[in-house]
Design a protein around this ligand. Sequence first.
Ligand code: IMP
Ligand code: MG
Length: 215
Amino acid sequence: MASYLQIADDEKGHELDLFCVPRHYENDLDKVIIPHGLIMDRTERLARDIIRDMGGHHIVALCVLKGGYKFFADLLDYIKALNQNSDKSVPLTVDFIRVKSYCNDKSTNNVKVIGGDELSSLSGKVSLVTHDIVETGRTMQTLLSLLSECNPKMVKVVSLLVKRTPRSSGYRPDYIGFEVPDAFLVGYALDYNEYFRDLSHICILNDQAKEKYKV
Ligand code: IMP
Ligand code: MG
């Protein structure tokens, strides 16, 4: 079982005033729940664990857009640092796919995959799917079943966050950064109707903001 840093249900988080948060979001957030520095430190360790396990192969790192883009970029930077500073190194190529399943703060049953044509290039390859957050697990399960049609040699999934929720299908990624409470989180590329990707820390969205940015 993947190990992870657990953020408890009663975690109080940190006051916004203690960190730098864009002015335009100051009234929309309750607490900073995972500061950017902690995300980076945990990501550095995930890079090490991934290279330890997958290091013998050429890895195709597949970024699941849009929410995964920050985590993808930072994880790959740490993998690159390992490659540059050790005797063993792993060839790495990148690919991108876009999925959409959310409206407001609810997962819809309809998981849309955009850019799936490129997936055939993963045939026979070892891929590392990089994802922002697993809630029900439906997005990742849909994507994994599409990937398996392309006969990859190996697929591993790393998700920065996994939500503790009764809505979970039971799906767990191979690598997990943090396990988080059942709240709506934004920042570090996680969005609410496309807002809050431009926020460095992972924060809890407040109820007024859910109304304000509702579509
Ligand atoms: P799942 O298919 O229910 O596992 O949902 C995963 C997707 O829903 C993620 O890739 C996100 O795009 C979105 N999502 C789920 N929970 C949150 C959240 O707390 N904040 C932002 N996006 C979320
Ligand atoms: Mg989203």
